[in-house]
Design a protein. Structure first.
Length: 184
């Protein structure tokens, strides 16, 4: 059983230009009430909210095309940044979310770098994707998956990293580019 932390469950990417991240944080706090701010590394804002998927929907309704929030990603949990932990967490989250007879298609996407617990070495993203996907018994669909297994590695300090795990439809992620400019 994966050890899923519950430190933060919402990752917000803000416009890195000054004062983008601060303005984004004020805006998000106004919309969501007063969420717990875990940390704000560079242009990322890490929050803990009651329901990250509802928070994304609420933000999507209220954010405009000129707001400094670029992307909002809900997370189901986070683990140490090792591929073995991320793979086990993805399987655990899938098991919790899917019924026995459900067989949706899926794709795996890695943002950042995962490491091998065995060797301590940083893995190439393609190798990490392969390791995570090998443990999932569902049909793969890279073009238009029903579920996206997203592993987002967040670096808080020189030595402190977490791998945030999301298992949801790709549409669960808010993207200002996709919403207002028709991007992918």
């Amino acid at each position: 059983m994966a050890n899923l932390y519950r430190l933060f469950n919402l990752v917000i990417a803000a416009d890195p230009a000054y004062p983008g991240p601060r303005r984004a944080l004020r805006l998000v706090k106004t919309i969501l009430g007063n969420p717990v701010v875990f940390d704000t590394p560079k242009s990322l804002i890490l929050l803990r909210v009651d329901d990250p998927y509802s928070a994304v929907k609420l933000l999507e309704k209220q954010l405009g095309p000129d707001d400094p929030v670029l992307r909002v990603t809900p997370l189901d949990g986070e683990t140490p940044p090792y591929v073995e932990d991320a793979a086990e967490a993805a399987r655990q989250i899938l098991a919790e979310k899917l019924g026995e007879d459900e067989k949706p298609s899926f794709a795996v996407k890695i943002e950042g770098h995962l490491y091998s617990r065995e060797t301590g070495e940083r893995l190439h993203s393609a190798d990490a994707v392969r390791i995570i996907a090998d443990g999932i018994d569902l049909p793969v669909n890279l073009g238009s998956p029903d579920l996206l297994v997203l592993v987002k590695v967040v670096r808080l300090s020189r030595s402190q990293r977490y791998a945030g795990i999301m298992v949801a439809p790709p549409s669960a992620i808010y993207s200002r580019e996709r919403k207002y400019r028709g991007g992918a």
